[in-house]
Design a protein around this ligand. Sequence first.
Ligand code: HEM
Length: 122
Amino acid sequence: MTTLFYERALNDKDIGFIFETEFGDDMHDEEWTEHIALLVNFWDSVFLNEKAYNGDPFGPHFTIPNLKMEYFKPWVDLFTETAKELYEPDVAVLFKEKGESYAEEFIERLSQKMKNDTLTFL
Ligand code: HEM
């Protein structure tokens, strides 16, 4: 699921360029392999209560150049579509719900951060 999702994300017309800038366009190289391994651990910790991921999923996004709030919708759509293709509907819906709730929290935190950044310039 994670590998297929990022393969599509990298080729997506709206959000692909962010991943390409960050990790390059070759999904078999080290940077991509590390990112996917990290994300597999992240999703294992979300769904299976595995402790392999203990990072901060939000913080690293705030320093990504050109990450805009409107990119979260295509992210969620792609994530949901991929889950629907791979899993039975009752499992796919869990991915959809988790993806959406994380995306909402990202948007919330990103807008909070933008507000704070604006205030420090006043
Ligand atoms: C527009 C949507 C998104 C884009 C373009 C994006 C892109 C990225 C990039 C470029 C990184 C690497 C950051 C770095 O190491 O400097 C990253 C890390 C990560 N992303 Fe996203 N992301 C998006 C949405 C999400 C969502 C919705 C989730 C969770 C459901 C998520 C989960 C993660 C996690 C867990 C990491 C690893 C953080 C760490 O270093 O521990 N991302 N993302």
